[in-house]
Design a protein around this ligand. Structure first.
Ligand SMILES: *Cc1c(COP(=O)(O)O)cnc(C)c1O
Length: 347
């Protein structure tokens, strides 16, 4: 199989058609100026994807697989701060499936589901069951006992549960970001711009590794920089190389390992723990461009980009794409709703 055919190959795979058009890619003129005009910053607005974030690119493939399998229930999970949980629930509803979530609360030892701002949203969406895990579920969710046991229980009851990988990260899910590289390349070509860097948050790394594989397959000379938002670099690189290996094997491609870049120094005290630089990045981006970032993923990534520019680590005159992965869907206060009596009984 020749390398260049990778996009066509992926586009022939079963996939739901939730994403109707490319997300916008445009220059952050004012922000570039505020940072001294040394680097031209562009933004790829994956926060504007249907359902509000990056996970939908993965879920287009995974829901196609779930439907093919005839699933009636989706068991999935991720950290409590991840946009995957709500998105998976909403899409499952759209496809007529029930959802059971496993929420990881390892970043917040005092976490209580009862006071989780997302709780009301999960309950509006009719989540069937919530389990809380205090451990980070490393690797694939299918390796997780909780999910597997639940799958057995439901199967015994005559249901057809489908375990959807943690955060949607698995070789099939990552294909969503492989073809996103193709989308970006064609936008860049329409804009007649050659981009030097793409910077994105790296949680499980599915987004970053998918993009890297895509750009490499197309021989597009861009450096993909991931800002680790979850782990110290050394540990994160181990995870990244595992995700890369698995996805390479699935697609029968090979990317030189030197192309995996994980930028150190912006994690702060850990996952979902913002730093003063994150606050500055959120304020600066909102005030100069009217784009809101979140404190867990995109804010940390913008803090990384700003830090790199200030330190001169990004060459003067470079053109950089900042991938906004979303994660800003809980900004209304639903807490007063929990005092209301009455429930929908139809579902
Ligand atoms: C999950 C998530 C990410 C990280 O994506 P990975 O593919 O897990 O690295 C980034 N931003 C937001 C808003 C997310 O929810």
């Amino acid at each position: 199989m020749i390398k260049e055919n990778i996009f066509e190959r992926i586009k022939r795979m079963p996939r739901m058609n939730y994403i109707k058009e490319p997300t916008p890619l445009y220059k952050l003129e004012h922000l570039s100026k505020a940072l001294g005009c040394e680097v031209e910053i562009y933004i790829k607005r994956d926060d504007l994807l249907p359902f509000g974030g990056n996970k939908v690119r993965k879920l287009e493939f995974l829901f196609a697989e779930a439907l093919k399998y005839g699933a009636d229930t989706v068991i999935t999970g991720s950290t409590v701060q991840c946009n995957h949980n709500l998105m998976a629930l909403l899409i499952a509803n759209m496809e007529g499936m029930k959802t059971e979530l496993i929420l990881e609360n390892f970043a917040k030892p005092d976490y209580k589901y009862a006071s989780d701002p997302n709780r009301q949203l999960f309950e509006f969406g009719g989540v069937r069951k919530i389990d809380i895990s205090s451990e980070p579920i490393t690797g694939q969710i299918s390796s997780m006992e909780l999910a597997l046991n639940r799958k057995d229980e439901l199967t015994e009851l005559g249901e057809k549960p489908y375990i959807l990988e943690r955060g949607g990260t698995c070789p099939l899910g990552n294909c969503g970001y492989v073809i996103c590289a193709d989308e970006i390349i064609s936008q860049a070509s329409d804009m007649e711009i050659d981009f030097d860097y793409l910077i994105c948050p790296s949680g499980t790394g599915g987004t970053q590794m998918g993009l890297l594989i895509g750009f490499d397959a197309a021989n597009y000379p861009i450096t993909v920089l991931g800002i680790s938002v979850a782990f110290e670099n050394e540990k994160h690189l181990v995870g990244l190389s595992r995700i890369l290996d698995q996805t390479e094997a699935f697609l029968d491609v090979q990317v030189p390992i030197e192309k995996v870049h994980s930028v150190d120094g912006y994690l702060g005290k850990g996952y979902a723990k913002p730093t003063p630089e994150v606050k500055e990045a959120i304020e600066l981006t909102a005030r100069t461009q009217g784009v809101m970032l979140d404190p867990v993923y995109s804010g940390k990534t913008m803090a990384g980009l700003i830090g790199m520019i200030r330190k001169g680590e990004i060459k003067k005159g470079s053109k950089v794409i900042f991938l906004h992965t979303g994660g800003f869907n809980t900004y209304y206060d639903y807490s007063s709703m929990s005092e209301l009596v009455g429930e929908t009984n139809i579902i």
